[in-house]
Design a protein around this ligand. Structure first.
Ligand code: PEP
Length: 252
């Protein structure tokens, strides 16, 4: 059984100080949630990790980062390595988010290098894939996603299903209020699962496949009910405690 993963993506929002208050309040509000049935994760700005790590230690809330350097160390001003993120408290790292691909020209080769950088230190990559609107309209959404998966996972191996998470995020649904239908999300989930089985064998049955793109409390239950939607990658709604909790409750 795949435990649903409810992963927030805070993007470029909040300060470490405000995040600490937010997190303490979330932990107080967790009392009614059956945390044995859902995994809680917040992917926060790198500056927040060391502040939030002592607050979340020993609680059901895990921390992740939103990007990582492809390099382990060296003269790369401004970069943050996977080992640094791990040491600061991250357990997961979002890789290849469409905003990184669009605004920072990340291609599949760089995304692959970042997946490998995470794996080298034991940080679990949340590999993001998804088509833009014109690709969906042209009926190219499945080939686009398979091409992205193939490029990012070329030569990558995983020992256990927990070592990789894949997030299907149709770019036209991110931050727009437009959501893929639950059937569309499931159809892509099945396509991705089949690709991953061909690539990794039976271990792929346990890989969590997330849906991301305007997931909110009012559409989460329908999306999460699908067989190959094992959680959500949630931007806007994850900044609002009540909405994040409502989605986690739907998953549990
Ligand atoms: C995201 O940031 O990955 C995302 C899905 O954002 P939103 O939920 O706001 O669409």
């Amino acid at each position: 059984m795949r435990t649903p993963l409810i992963a927030g993506n805070w993007k470029l929002h909040t300060t470490p100080t405000a995040a600490a208050d937010w997190m303490r309040s979330l932990l107080e509000d967790l009392t009614d949630l059956d945390v044995s049935r859902v995994e809680l994760l917040l992917n926060v700005p790198a500056t927040h990790l060391a502040v939030l790590a002592p607050i979340t230690e020993g609680t059901p809330v895990q921390l992740g980062a939103q990007d990582v350097s492809a390099h382990a160390e060296g003269a790369y001003t401004g970069e943050i390595s996977a080992a640094m993120l791990l040491d600061a408290g991250a357990r997961y790292c979002v890789i290849g988010h469409s905003e990184r691909r669009e605004y920072h020209a990340e291609d599949d080769a760089l995304v692959r290098a970042k997946v490998l950088a995470c794996q080298a230190v034991g940080l679990v990559p949340i590999l993001c894939v998804g088509e833009v609107e014109s690709q969906r309209e042209a009926g190219e959404h499945e080939t686009t996603v398979i091409r992205q998966l193939g490029g990012a996972l070329d030569g990558v191996d995983i020992a256990r299903s927990q070592d990789l998470v894949v997030a299907y995020e149709p770019v036209w649904a991110i931050g727009t209020g437009k959501t893929a239908t639950a059937d569309d999300a499931q159809a892509m989930g099945a396509v991705m699962r089949s690709f991953l089985k061909g690539r990794f064998g039976p271990v792929a049955d346990g890989i969590r496949l997330l849906y991301g793109g305007s997931m909110k409390p009012d559409n989460a239950a329908e999306l999460l009910a699908k067989a190959d939607v094992d959680g959500g990658l949630i931007g806007g709604a994850s900044l609002k405690r009540d909405q994040y909790l409502a989605i986690a409750t739907a998953a549990a």
